[in-house]
Write a protein that binds this ligand. Structure first.
Ligand SMILES: NC(=O)C1=CN([C@@H]2O[C@H](COP(=O)(O)OP(=O)(O)OC[C@H]3O[C@@H](n4cnc5c(N)ncnc54)[C@H](OP(=O)(O)O)[C@@H]3O)[C@@H](O)[C@H]2O)C=CC1
Ligand SMILES: Cc1cn([C@H]2C[C@H](O)[C@@H](COP(=O)(O)OP(=O)(O)O[C@H]3O[C@@H](C)C(=O)[C@@H](O)[C@H]3O)O2)c(=O)[nH]c1=O
Ligand SMILES: [Mg+2]
Length: 296
């Protein structure tokens, strides 16, 4: 099976590339070769590489910057996602599209299921929600995978921000009133491969089409995530960092984030017979990979 992945240097794209081997052949393309705002560039890539499934892992992911740059976020996350889905449809191919917990308002008491009403709190979430709509409209043969709090050895993420800040500080203030699930990019990549195989081998199976919540098992807060990172850092390096739990109000940001980002993964697990490991396991594996210098 060959996957054409958009966004070569992204966290998820890099994790998919790392899986490329005999079983699955991954071609990941980014700008300038493949640009989501240029549908013809996506069509050319499909014609050249002849994939079995197209995976849209490229996105405008700067949550705060999107508040003052909403048009750019829409061009990539909404219209661009639609272009990827339309180009796949034109070639008769399924599309796997990655979306986010930030499509929700975050005011539900329990974990969100796929059919819950959306209510994005910021420009990034709005652009991603519109992307979901345009993908579904352009290509009925789709799986939209909403994930959350992505981190891994490649690219920029909260875990690497925490490690960087810890080089100059012994105390970090981190919000403790936003709940969700940190999800390890290599586990997302495995999930995408499982979904891609299912789309390829079960054409027309409606139980494997639509929207799915795909996050690691368990839940925490950003402060809890930071604590887990620093407890592993202490074990391996002896360096101690204190996490001071604070409220969202204590940490003003341009974009509002959902207080409850928890996603119920039942539909995903039942439809694909696959689940992602506990989030704490991913933290250990990511720290080990970084210590082994497996990624820049
Ligand atoms: N990061 C997170 O915490 C979460 C991410 N997601 C979703 O998961 C998916 C993957 O995210 P992640 O891997 O973290 O993203 P990254 O921010 O790591 O990477 C995104 C990639 O998209 C590329 N890109 C941006 N604009 C374009 C464009 N116009 N054409 C082609 N490529 C473009 C960027 O390329 P360049 O280097 O050129 O800028 C970058 O390589 C996205 O859909 C995201 O919305 C969902 C939940 C959480
Ligand atoms: C760096 C830092 C952040 N924070 C807070 C701010 C915010 O509420 C939370 C996370 O901050 P970040 O900016 O790293 O995370 P953010 O960019 O909001 O991450 C989101 O990215 C997009 C792409 C998604 O789709 C989401 O699932 C989510 O992962 O932690 C602190 O409290 N202290 C700190 O020192
Ligand atoms: Mg950010």
């Amino acid at each position: 099976m060959r996957l054409l992945v958009t966004g070569r240097d992204g966290q998820v794209a890099q994790a998919l590339l790392a899986l490329s081997g005999s079983d699955v052949d991954v071609v990941a393309l980014g700008r300038p070769t493949l640009d989501l705002t240029d549908r013809a560039s996506i069509e050319r890539a499909i014609a050249e590489h002849r994939p079995d499934v197209v995976v849209n892992a490229a996105a405008y992911t700067a949550v705060d910057k999107a508040e003052s740059d909403e048009a750019a976020a829409y061009a990539v996350n909404a219209e661009g996602a639609g272009h990827v889905a339309a180009a796949a449809a034109a070639a008769g191919l399924p599309v796997v599209h990655i979306s986010t917990d930030y499509v929700f308002a975050g005011d539900k008491a329990g974990p969100y299921v796929e059919s819950d009403p959306t209510g994005p709190q910021g420009a990034y979430g709005r652009s991603k929600l519109e992307g979901e709509r345009l993908v579904a409209e352009a290509n009925p043969n789709h799986a939209i995978l909403r994930t959350a709090w992505v981190y891994g050895p490649y690219g920029a993420n909260f875990l690497k921000t925490m490690l960087r800040l810890s080089q100059t500080r012994d105390l970090l203030r981190v919000v403790a009133d936003q709940r969700g699930t940190p999800t390890y990019a290599p586990d997302i990549a495995e999930g995408i491969v499982a979904v891609s195989r299912a789309l390829e081998s079960a054409p027309g199976d409606a139980s494997k089409r639509g929207v799915f919540h795909m996050v690691s098992e368990g839940e925490t807060t950003w402060a809890g995530f930071a604590e887990a990172i620093f407890s592993r850092l202490a074990e391996t390096s002896g360096k101690h960092v204190t996490v001071e739990p604070i409220t969202t109000a204590d940490y003003p940001t341009p974009a509002k984030r959902p207080a409850n980002s928890r996603l119920d993964t039942t539909r995903f697990r039942q439809s694909f017979g696959h689940s992602l490991p506990e989030w704490t396991e991913g933290v250990s594996r990511c720290m080990a990979a970084l210590a082994a210098n497996e990624a820049p």
